[in-house]
Design a protein around this ligand. Sequence first.
Ligand SMILES: [Zn+2]
Length: 248
Amino acid sequence: MSLSFIPLGVGDAFSALSYSSCLAVEAEGQVLLVDCPHPIRKMMREASLSSGEPLDVDRVSAVALTHLHADHASGLEGLGYFSFFVLRRKLELLAHPAVAERLWAGHLAAGMECLIEKRGEPPSPKHFEDYFEHLPLSTESAVRHGPFLVEARMTYHHVPTTALRIHAGGRCLGYSADTAFDEGLIAWLGKADLVIHETNHGVHTPYEKLAALPEDTRARMRLIHYPDEFDTRASVIEPLVQGRRYTV
Ligand SMILES: [Zn+2]
């Protein structure tokens, strides 16, 4: 029994060096993707080669989605189609109702609502439920998916976004998702054994705020979603390395 993860990407939406932030969390042989940017299969393949851990979409039992910005959600169409055509099963999607509310009409429908299933025939209408199975996350209670017990908390961001606490194998991994600096969120995440926190410019969390946290908080924290120019070697909080496997 253990809980581990591989960051498939550690960068922000503008990165020329890294893939967008995304985690492959593993327990009991099942993989839970936290967010799903494009090109998700290539990201998994490269992380598999660098970590030595076999990792492809056939091992993904669900995607936990924090929010709808493209650097977190742009791989859902491709992965949804891959599940539909190749794996012949629906893709399970864990997301808070506020996060998922515009997922179909405002994001996926443009590329997925019409499908030619037989050559020569007109496209047939498709709906969210044809490709995906939605398991709503809650800020009130934990939700189980396989070995994972997932808790959610809203963050301060442009669009509805949730931080996550993922329990499995007697351990807990916290993920801030995209957020401004929020002491309440850091306290909530602090109940986890290891916390992955974003840092970036603008309405994101300034590194300086995290660097000023107490030492024991920083020791259990890892950084993700950092800009290309971030000085990883000077950081007093360990930045995650893309494609490396970590045990919680
Ligand atoms: Zn965002």
